[in-house]
Ligand binder design. Structure first.
Ligand code: PLP
Length: 355
């Protein structure tokens, strides 16, 4: 029987995942049958995971990357759920709440439901960044965690992280940054988003997004061990005594692929990818603006623009994998696989549709 071919990336403009780097693909395949959830048995992949955490911590400007805590998750969702769980477990109150901007990823809704915490959603400003006055008004002594987004899913916006961290600290809460998508872009910008600039406790940063690793490879980082200790449960039948991860058996392929991608690309390869993606986003934003569409000025390489529904539908029919924001704007994520040539073809199709 003929094997099905996976989706080609040629017309994928909506995804936050991308084609893995060849070294990541190769490493992932080699480690397919390993389980970092059982480190006393699968020792090589366990040490690779330590390397992954150190590399991620370097990207996230951790003051001492070799001492950072964290692990390779199944994705940003698991990392966010675990950040909420850790903060809840460390907070000294029974009814805790978590303050999340409305631009926060829907994984925080899953976290709140699973963990029985109240989600306090706060508005964003006219430019889609979290309103710090709204966060300051929402926190109280039961707030376990304040969440800031560094590279929002819909508009690629970076919240004022140092200010949010200050508000969190004053309220006795912890600070989590969701840089699941932005984390591999932001080191090459002036944005203040990481451990170095602010009192950040935990951070989500996913190799399987802009990091060009193979799926599944998300990342949870913590400033110190205490955040992960708060997640640990006893593991009676394993040689290691406790486990802080959410899943038990995990993908060694994800871990090995993440290390291979980061070793191949950090920092020059990622810098090149970010420069190309940024130039592409600026080009697309200008092209859409020139055609009279209302464009949200891109901060990171993600373009949103108001496009009438029939045009959006016609683009989908032409095979373009595009998606919409909650407000209905066209959303194009300029990932490393998105070439200028593809964007030119996309705009040419739009011109044909408009005629
Ligand atoms: N956080 C942000 C900012 C995201 O954009 C996403 C997904 O796009 C997630 C979290 C969830 O990541 P995953 O789909 O890997 O679970």
């Amino acid at each position: 029987m003929q094997q099905p071919e996976p989706q080609s990336f040629d017309r994928v403009l909506s995804s936050m995942c991308t084609e893995p780097h060849p070294a990541a693909r190769e490493a992932a395949e080699r480690f397919l049958a390993t389980n970092p959830g059982d480190p006393a048995t699968y020792e090589t992949v366990a040490s690779l995971e330590e390397r992954a955490v150190e590399l991620l911590a370097t990207l996230a400007d951790h003051p001492t990357p070799a001492d950072a805590a964290g692990y390779v998750t199944s994705g940003g969702t698991e990392a966010n759920v675990q950040a909420v769980r850790s903060a809840r477990n460390r907070h000294d109150a029974s009814d805790v709440n978590v303050v999340v901007p409305e631009s926060g990823h829907f994984s925080f809704h899953k976290a709140a439901e699973l963990l029985g915490v109240e989600l306090r959603t706060v508005p964003v400003d006219d430019d889609f960044r979290t309103r710090t006055d709204a966060v300051a008004a929402a926190v109280d002594e039961s707030t376990a965690l304040v969440v800031g987004v560094a590279g929002s899913t819909e508009y690629g916006r970076v919240d004022p992280i140092p200010e949010l961290a200050r508000i969190a600290r004053e309220a006795g809460a912890r600070m989590h940054v969701d840089a699941a998508w932005g984390g591999f872009v932001l080191p090459f910008t002036d944005a203040e988003w990481a451990f170095g600039d602010a009192a950040v406790d935990t951070l989500t940063i996913d190799p399987h997004k802009f990091g060009q690793a193979a799926v599944p490879a998300g990342g949870l980082l913590a400033r110190d061990d205490a955040a992960l200790d708060a997640l640990a449960v006893d593991t009676p039948y394993l040689e290691t005594r406790s486990q802080a991860t959410l899943t038990g058996t995990r993908s060694g392929a994800g871990v090995a692929g993440a290390v291979a991608a980061m070793e191949a690309l950090w920092p020059d390869g990622y810098r090149d990818a970010v420069e190309r993606a940024t130039a592409n986003a600026d080009w697309l934003a200008a092209a859409l603006d020139a055609r009279g569409y209302d464009v949200v000025d891109p901060e990171l390489p993600l373009v949103a623009a108001a496009l009438p529904e029939p045009e959006f539908d016609a683009l989908r029919e032409a095979g373009w994998k595009v998606s919409r924001t909650g407000r209905g704007e066209l959303r194009v994520v300029c990932m490393p696989h998105v070439t200028r040539e593809a964007l030119r073809a996309f705009v040419a199709d739009l011109d044909r549709i408009q005629d």
